[in-house]
Design a protein around this ligand. Sequence first.
Ligand code: GLU
Length: 488
Amino acid sequence: MKIRNRYAPSPTGLQHIGGVRTALFNYLFAKSQGGTFVLRLEDTDRTRSDSAFVQDLFDTFQWLGFHWDEGPDVGGPYAPYIQSERAALYQKAAQELLDRDKAYYCFCSAERLENLRKERESARSSETGYDKLCRNIPKDAAASRVKAGEPHVIRLKIPLGQTTRFHDRLLGDIEWKNEDVNPDPVLLKSDGFPTYHLANVVDDHYMGITHVLRAQEWLPSTPLHTIIYESFDWEPPEFCHLPMVMGSDGKKLSKRHGATSVDEFRRQGYLPEALLNYTALLGASYEEGKDVYTLEEIVAAFDVDKLNKAPAVFDYKKLAWFNGLYIRAKSDKELAALALPYCEGLIKENSASFVGAMSLIKERISLLSEIPSKIAYLFEEPPLLEPSEFFPKKADLAKTVELLELGKKLIPAASRKSYEEAFFKEEAEKAAALAGVKIGDLMTPLRVAITGARVSPPLLGSLRLLGEEKSMARVEKSLSLLKAALCE
Ligand code: GLU
């Protein structure tokens, strides 16, 4: 069987990690089986759907770097792939269910339904949903009321006293008593638009979808969908409900836990490779002991039987670890190009020293957004710190001045590009010995003068990038400050 599956988001919000995981698993499954992956926009909720969210969806997957074979932007044999453009099909399908006596017209007003809800509430009744009042209206009578223009919806006739069964690839055989299914839900609204349930089933059928991989939160809808398939006499697709993605507290991942939308992760400076790699592990284990994969490698490793039933916990630290890994795998040039948009205001354009700065900080960051603060001292003069900030451990002001004077002598050689690190160390050792301190203590005042901080990227690399003139000027400035303090 040729596999066809789909990602069917509703454009009512930004693409979030859960949606991307669903899309990715569908993609991986299709690609690993030589199947076709479809994008379908489920925009039946006309008030909440928004074209900005459709744009976000396209941008997100463009950035992530994997794509569907058929969809609204690329077309395909089952176009259109946007539900709002398929209304006639759902109307025809609803009519078919009426003809098969599997659905009926309902004329209950919103007011009646609201009163029903209130009555039940005050009677503390456990009953919910529609009370099936219109189910017993004779067909002819209903048809003439429709003809006369009375507002109506079309409801599904849930078969009474039965049990609905379906098989889930991951969760096994599942059965629900029909009395526990939402009673006679609306299929077609009074404006002729379908509800999610009708449109979803009709499209999966007519688009030849063979496998439905979707989040477990949709599991409660599946008995209803199964009844709809049975009402049409259609073969349902194979279902596979994916484990939920949770925060570390075991609750469904939400804004409370941190970023959830891809847009936010992107702005914070995550790389698409890292997000994809990490997302592919959410609810699946492939090869023992291996968790770093390219997209091609995951396609090769993917197997529905390797999915977990238990929920996946989203670990922000692990994602950051992946990100650091992928950042370090970039060349300095590639990283500079990625970092540029984050450094607006600091530098105007890519330059050799900006590229050079990347090698200094690559090992020390896990997000692109950390870059500007880490390299700012290379492009603008750092703030002059308080004298005490220059002191190495156990050194006083006078000793600090002495050490900085010694450190200054290292600059001319150290700022030459060809100067080897081993020489720099050797010279620094000598100077430290002369002053009777450890090399780290010798470096502290020099580091603070050059970088404006006690902890910084490598000093030799910084001196090289800054060049002799700037480095000297910074040290002189610091020395004046310290000496002035000495005279106080
Ligand atoms: N439109 C639904 C959603 O927003 C699709 C659920 C499904 O995959 O069937 O996720």
